[in-house]
Design a protein around this ligand. Structure first.
Ligand SMILES: NC(=O)C1=CN([C@@H]2O[C@H](COP(=O)(O)OP(=O)(O)OC[C@H]3O[C@@H](n4cnc5c(N)ncnc54)[C@H](OP(=O)(O)O)[C@@H]3O)[C@@H](O)[C@H]2O)C=CC1
Ligand SMILES: O=C(O)C1=N[C@H](C(=O)O)C[C@H](O)C1
Length: 274
């Protein structure tokens, strides 16, 4: 006998990713849209989530009441803001449901609160839910491990649409972490996130970040490994937000039968070395 479709709540449902998620859930066998949550005061409250996402009516209206939305749900998919995500992590833990977190720009304190929630909830969190970027991170780790740090400089370059509010992007940090892991170092102690003015020469072994913002770019990332007289560039370009939404729904379905913990997309995709 087949398992019942997983009842998913989309929070931030009227946002760019929220709408992509509603469309992907609608098209995914084994998943169903249980509720759609928006910000208090949102002009979309009461409107049909399918209409908001351009699908036509699906019989689920946007609500600002997450408690009721989470009550009989199996999971919540969250691409919102850090301050909102930490609140939802607590609520999802209380409800003992899966929480898939795509939100980027979380502070160390936010991360600590999410880890605490993962003692009771199955949380999957990643700065990028696409298969391509997660595969890229494995390749970056291998390249960083293979190339001597005193001879090869690593720079992470990203470009996103003009509405993005955090920098460097979650993906850039994910790729920077992969490079740091490959070198066996801690990214926080070795990253250069901004350069301006008379900076002096590049510190050997550091991992640099450069951020571009403009237009409607969904997400372009390159990891540049620059040596003496040669350069290797590993890159990914997102053509459509559905790649993130498909990954997030896959993560929710994967986490359904797991024990409470904080998982990554590498775990979901079977690319993790842990
Ligand atoms: N991990 C990944 O693969 C990806 C991650 N992201 C990340 O996802 C996040 C969202 O991105 P994007 O969709 O482009 O941003 P949007 O601004 O389009 O969407 C965010 C949504 O969250 C809503 N929101 C804000 N506060 C609340 C609240 N308290 N309760 C409910 N909803 C709330 C906003 O509502 P309102 O508009 O009314 O304020 C908005 O609808 C970002 O952090 C981004 O970096 C994006 C793509 C892929
Ligand atoms: O804000 C976005 O749009 C995106 N955010 C994620 C990030 O910060 O890396 C993922 C993707 O690149 C799109």
């Amino acid at each position: 006998m087949s398992e019942q479709a997983m009842k998913l709540v989309v929070v931030g449902a009227s946002g760019r990713m929220g709408q992509a998620l509603i469309r992907i859930i609608h098209a995914t066998e084994g998943a169903t849209l249980h509720a759609a949550v928006g910000r208090e005061g949102s002009p979309f409250l009461g409107k049909d989530a399918g209409e908001i996402a351009g699908l036509g009516p699906v019989g689920v209206s946007l609500t600002d009441d997450p408690l009721t939305a989470f009550l009989h749900a199996d999971g919540v998919i969250d691409f919102t803001r850090p301050e909102t995500t930490v609140v939802y992590a607590g609520l999802a833990a209380q409800a003992r449901i899966v929480h898939v977190i795509g939100t980027t720009g979380c502070s160390l304190d936010d991360e600590a609160r999410i880890s605490a929630a993962a003692r009771h909830a199955r949380i999957v969190k990643s700065g990028n839910m696409s298969l391509g970027v997660n595969l890229l991170s494995v390749l970056v780790q291998q390249a960083a491990q293979a190339l001597p740090a005193d001879e090869w400089d690593i720079e992470v370059l990203e470009m996103h649409h003009k509405h993005k509010v955090d920098a460097p992007s979650g993906t850039a940090l994910l790729l920077g972490n992969a490079a740091a892991n490959g070198r066996g170092i801690d990214l926080a102690d070795n990253s250069v996130r901004v350069r301006d003015g008379h900076t002096g020469a590049r510190t050997s072994g550091s991992i640099g970040f450069a951020t571009l913002r403009g237009g409607s770019v969904i997400g372009d990332h390159s990891v540049i490994l620059a040596g003496e007289g040669e350069m290797v560039t590993l890159s990914h370009s997102a053509g459509d937000r559905s790649i993130f939404a498909r990954g997030a729904v896959k993560a929710a379905l994967w986490a359904r039968d797991r024990k409470p913990d904080l998982y990554s997309m590498l775990d979901v995709l079977g690319l993790s070395s842990r």
